[in-house]
Design a protein around this ligand. Structure first.
Ligand SMILES: CC(C)(COP(=O)(O)OP(=O)(O)OC[C@H]1O[C@@H](n2cnc3c(N)ncnc32)[C@H](O)[C@@H]1OP(=O)(O)O)[C@@H](O)C(=O)NCCC(=O)NCCS
Length: 209
């Protein structure tokens, strides 16, 4: 399938999704890659990872960008040369990019039972109390996505999900909420938004100034 959908977050921010149904060769014929990206692609162990990487380039090309407009800093955070902010997430079935005028983070996470078991390691497990199992999975996955998204904005070593990022209580029906980063003697407020796409949670976050 080609381009899947655009989700408009606000006037200057959109998320773009690619549903991965192509094989490696189909993608490879259609994207133009820098040498550094070719090297990265060759080093990837699974075709699924390669396809996720190539689908991101398909999304860039869909938006009139290309792999040549994208570069990474020393921590692996992606940037666009035109100064717009980009955040990237990919999984088995989808690749997602978020483009914005302000720093934002995105995360796409598959819904899996195991997240409930490991929830106490990364979140306040009381936020899952009184939920049916399906909703526990959804909420814990969203909370993981919130923390990944905030991490992707801050891009700083030493941030721990359970020790430094705290989601405020929210309901799945809210589709949005607030979180705090308490790190290095600073407290920062973040907003998040989420939705479910097939069996994935798609989360984005941005600072609430
Ligand atoms: C880097 C990290 C955010 C990637 O997240 P992920 O869920 O594994 O993978 P995703 O597909 O969602 O995101 C991958 C993309 O994130 C982006 N990314 C990588 N490092 C990044 C960073 N430091 N800052 C912002 N974005 C980053 C890249 O664009 C990457 O894709 P690409 O290299 O193909 O372009 C994640 O591996 C990580 O390090 N998380 C924080 C560590 C942590 O605290 N974990 C759990 C503690 S309980």
């Amino acid at each position: 399938m080609p381009f899947y959908k655009e989700i408009i977050i606000n006037d200057t921010t959109s998320i773009y999704l690619w549903k991965i149904e192509e094989d490696f060769n189909t993608f490879f014929r259609q994207v133009q890659l820098k040498d550094t990206s070719l090297t990265r692609l060759e080093c990837m162990k699974s075709e699924s990872h390669q396809n996720g990487f190539l689908a991101v380039r398909m999304l860039l090309q869909y938006l009139q960008y290309s792999d040549f407009d994208l570069y990474y800093d020393d921590f692996g955070k992606p940037h666009l040369k035109d100064g717009k902010h980009i955040s990237i997430s990919h999984s088995q079935d989808f690749s997602a990019i978020l483009i914005s005028n302000t720093p934002m983070g995105i995360d796409l996470e598959i819904l899996k039972d195991k997240i409930v078991t490991i929830a106490p390691r990364f979140m306040d497990a009381s936020h899952l109390e009184n939920l049916e199992q399906d909703n526990k999975i959804k909420k814990a996955t969203v909370i993981w996505g919130i923390k990944e998204s905030i991490f992707k904005i801050k891009n700083e070593r030493g941030i721990s999900f359970p020790k430094h990022i705290f989601e405020k209580p929210f309901h799945l029906n809210d589709k949005r909420g607030f979180a705090q980063l308490r790190f290095n003697n600073l407290i920062e407020e973040y907003c998040f938004q989420f939705e479910f796409v097939d069996n994935y949670a798609l989360v984005c976050a941005f600072q609430n100034k």
